[in-house]
Design a protein around this ligand. Structure first.
Ligand code: AMP
Length: 525
């Protein structure tokens, strides 16, 4: 199917052609017409499927008409991390180059004053992390009553990071008549509940998880001794043809220590983790993209969604505690049809995690050498076995405490290993990256605040069900694009349910700073 079948405007088709895309991806083909028709949409898809363009493209056409007003963004995109927010902004720049849409980023780690000025000018598209948006709202700097389109991106990641209560509060502040698009790699019960509460008759689009089926990523498990992992990694970095690689660790302290050690070994290495200032994180990513450094030691803050071209290797210095993080981490390589290599260092402690990963992906990952300790203590390497005997119970309970959130990790069935096949060798987070106060938050659980906000929202959305459904029934008769245009215009014409009084509460003052270039975009043709 060509892009021209999707009822996008000519200006957008030109921008898409400029980007070099010839055909819409599966999620784009399914989602774009529905979004243009004004429908709510649930996209069960992860990064790498082209999901960003599946909402950015139709939003640009929907927002093409109309004018932004001070402090009243016309659309809102919620992202779990600053990096993803910045990446979505880049997508708006790329696809919106023939449009005149203004855009602002509202993310933690940037001075409030910069963001105040951006908001004051009025923006068509506001891309925000939930925490910073709530802070700005509490300061009375933003009125959410003008939002016609809401996107909740990476919803399951938001859940992992404890942001769902904030997302619910934000949903309850928006006009019930808005259009809501929700994207999530999985649909755990709390996300289903969120969709049930805040979406109206959504169209469901599901596409395959690309990383689990991505044949372009050669995966390998390398047995390791916990104390020898650094040396092993250095050897691998020498023996592999690593053009550029991301090395994932489970803890920020490990990221810091490992990056320092690799630097001492004169490697071109940077680091990224959730305790770093936003400006430093962006700088490290920019250095990596510009090939000033070719290795990036990272926590899971870099695991999802980051779309960096040409990453040849991903190393799991630590095996992630949650199997889906493995899928996200290795998905940073093998992108856009290129080949990639994902190498994981496996100690005796990681056997359960590896079994969970293989259960999730339905694949057995090739071993460079037998993971002897997989078969039982008899074959366990001496050092590991001694370590295990000494502190097995204590370590197990410590690891449990350290494991953040996600209680759903399944226990693997007992398995006895898989022989090594040397010929299988390829040739060649849990932290929240927002304000640190949020990093400590526990997993989202419906609580009394949630219940209150639900009650409030149920009342607020009551008229919507009739109004929107009517509009859609009418709209679905005609051609998609005309319908979308009308629906959009009607939506914008409709009286806005302003709650200026509620939203104007003023907050404490903060120091101003320079406006970073990425903060305020104006894509002009
Ligand atoms: P996403 O899933 O949104 O992170 O997109 C993954 C990558 O696919 C990005 O590098 C996009 O630029 C690229 N992409 C998006 N849509 C298409 C398309 N229709 N054809 C080719 N590449 C695409």
């Amino acid at each position: 199917m060509p892009f021209s079948d999707l009822h996008l405007s000519d200006a957008l088709l030109k921008a898409v052609a400029d980007a070099g895309y010839t055909e819409p991806s599966a999620i784009q083909a399914a989602a774009i017409p529905a979004v243009l028709m004004g429908k709510d949409l649930i996209g069960v898809a992860q990064t790498g499927t082209g999901k960003t363009a599946s909402f950015v493209l139709p939003m640009i056409d929907i927002l093409a008409e109309g004018r932004s007003r001070a402090r009243m963004p016309r659309s809102l995109i919620l992202e779990p991390t600053r990096e993803l927010a910045a990446q979505v902004a880049e997508n708006f720049e790329k696809y919106g180059k023939y449009h005149k849409l203004s855009m602002a980023l509202l993310i933690g780690g940037v001075a409030f004053g910069d963001q105040d000025r951006a908001l004051e000018k009025g923006v068509d598209v506001l891309i925000a992390t939930p925490g910073r948006l709530m802070d700005q709202h509490a300061r009375g700097k933003i009125l959410l009553s003008g939002v016609d389109v809401l996107v909740i991106d990476e919803a399951d990641r938001m859940l992992d990071m404890g942001f769902i209560p904030d997302v619910e509060k934000i949903c309850a502040l928006l006009r019930p008549e808005r259009q809501t698009l929700l994207f999530s790699a999985t649909m755990p019960p709390p996300i289903k509940k969120l969709a049930d509460r805040f979406m109206s008759d959504p169209k469901m689009v599901e596409v395959a998880r690309p990383a689990t089926t991505n044949k372009d990523i050669a995966q390998l498990l390398v047995p390791a001794d916990a104390r020898g992992k650094r040396d092993l990694l250095k050897d691998l970095l020498k023996s592999e043809e690593v053009r550029s690689g991301i090395i994932f660790c489970n803890r920020k302290t490990t990221v810091r220590d490992l990056a320092a050690a690799l630097k001492r070994a004169r490697l071109r290495v940077g680091q990224i983790h959730g305790d770093m200032e936003q400006a430093d994180r962006i700088r490290e990513l920019d250095r990596f993209k510009a090939d000033e450094i070719n290795l990036l030691v990272a926590s899971d803050v870099a695991a999802r969604g980051l779309d960096i071209k040409g990453v040849s290797h991903v190393f799991n210095f630590d095996i992630p505690w949650h199997p889906d993080d493995y899928v996200h981490r290795i998905g940073r390589t093998g992108r856009a049809g290129q080949k990639g290599v994902a190498i994981s260092l496996v100690t005796a402690d990681d056997i359960e995690s590896i079994a969970n990963i293989e259960k999730l992906t339905g694949q057995t990952i090739p071993r460079r050498a037998p993971l002897a300790f997989e078969a039982g203590s008899a074959e366990q390497p001496a050092a590991e076995a001694a370590e295990g005997r000494k502190s097995g119970a204590a370590k197990a309970s410590r690891r449990k405490e350290e494991r953040p959130r996600k209680s759903e990790a399944t226990r693997p069935e007992a398995r006895v290993d898989v022989a090594a096949r040397p010929e299988a060798r390829p040739e060649s987070s849990q932290e929240a990256p927002q304000e640190s106060r949020r990093e400590a938050r526990p997993e989202s659980r419906p609580d009394t605040r949630t219940e209150r906000s639900r009650e409030g929202h149920e009342q607020a959305r009551a008229p919507r069900r009739g109004g929107r459904a009517e509009g859609r029934r009418d709209g679905s008769q005609g051609p998609a694009h005309d319908t979308a245009g009308n629906a959009g215009r009607d939506m914008r014409r409709g009286g806005r349910d302003r709650r200026d009084g509620d939203e104007a509460a003023s907050g404490p003052g903060f120091a101003d700073g320079e406006i970073p270039a990425f903060l305020m975009f104006s894509a002009r043709g």
